[in-house]
Design a protein around this ligand. Structure first.
Ligand SMILES: [Cu+2]
Length: 244
């Protein structure tokens, strides 16, 4: 169960991150090894499969322009490996999510790395005026039942085909769900990985229950599989303080 509002069964974890060399270059293959340990520095051996995977790894650039969602391989003894490339120089936050067996809730481990290479000017995060966006043939409108911090809320993506304008009814499951969603606060301190409420429908509405712990600007990435394409649709929203 991934309930961001109630992470009461989290087993405390620590992590070690190793990369191939000291200087990491943009556009070069970089092997990354992530070791997950318990609070006494002993490797955690057993993890639960959550949404088809033992580990979900999110990579974002510091300005949240770049987003990737990867699944490192489990090598045993608490170690996960992945090889990836970074498109440009700069600082990146790596966020690993695992569920140690018996925990019931996921643990989140974060790590910053610096990538050498030409660094584009950091893009300011601009709150979207319109919550309708089109990416790769899929049009999404984002809506909330009530958008405010410190409260459980429902966030719904309503999907239509950009060519036909027809509501999407044949969304494909991706990693055991009709969609995945990640939200990160502007300061990169808050990270939410949100899975949709259980549904038998393949669109056009995919609803996620979530909880923004603090007010402020968040970038949200919805991931959906449609016509055999994995499509990432980003939005930037301002989450106001809770109104009593
Ligand atoms: Cu994942």
């Amino acid at each position: 169960m991934n309930m961001n509002s109630m992470q009461m069964n989290v087993i405390p974890t620590k992590s070690d991150w190793k990369t191939s060399s000291q200087t990491l270059q943009a556009n070069e293959k970089i092997p990354i090894a992530i070791s997950i340990k318990d609070k006494d520095n002993k490797p955690i051996e057993k993890f639960d499969v959550v949404h088809d995977k033992l580990m979900h790894l999110i990579i974002v650039s510091k300005d949240l322009t770049y987003f990737d969602h990867l699944h490192p391989d489990y090598k045993g003894n608490g170690e996960f490996d992945i090889t990836t490339t970074f498109p440009v120089g700069g600082d990146y936050q790596l966020i690993a999510e695992v569920t140690p067996h018996g925990a019931g809730d996921n643990s989140v481990e974060k790590h910053w790395i610096h990538i050498e290479g030409s660094e584009p000017k950091s893009q300011p995060l601009i709150v979207d005026k319109s919550l309708t966006k089109e990416v790769d043939g899929l049009k999404a409108t984002l809506s909330f039942d009530h958008l405010m911090a410190d409260r459980n809320l429902n966030m719904t993506f309503t999907l239509s085909d950009s060519k036909t304008n027809e509501p999407v009814k044949d969304l494909q499951p991706y990693l055991g769900a009709m969609g995945h969603c990640v939200a990160i606060s502007e300061d990169l301190n808050e990270y939410l990985h949100i899975h949709p409420m259980t549904t038998n429908d393949n669109g056009p509405k995919v609803t996620f229950m979530t909880f923004f712990p603090k007010k402020g600007v968040y970038k949200i990435w919805g991931q959906f599989q449609y016509e055999n394409r994995l499509i990432v649709i980003p939005f930037v929203v301002n989450v106001p303080e809770m109104k009593m």
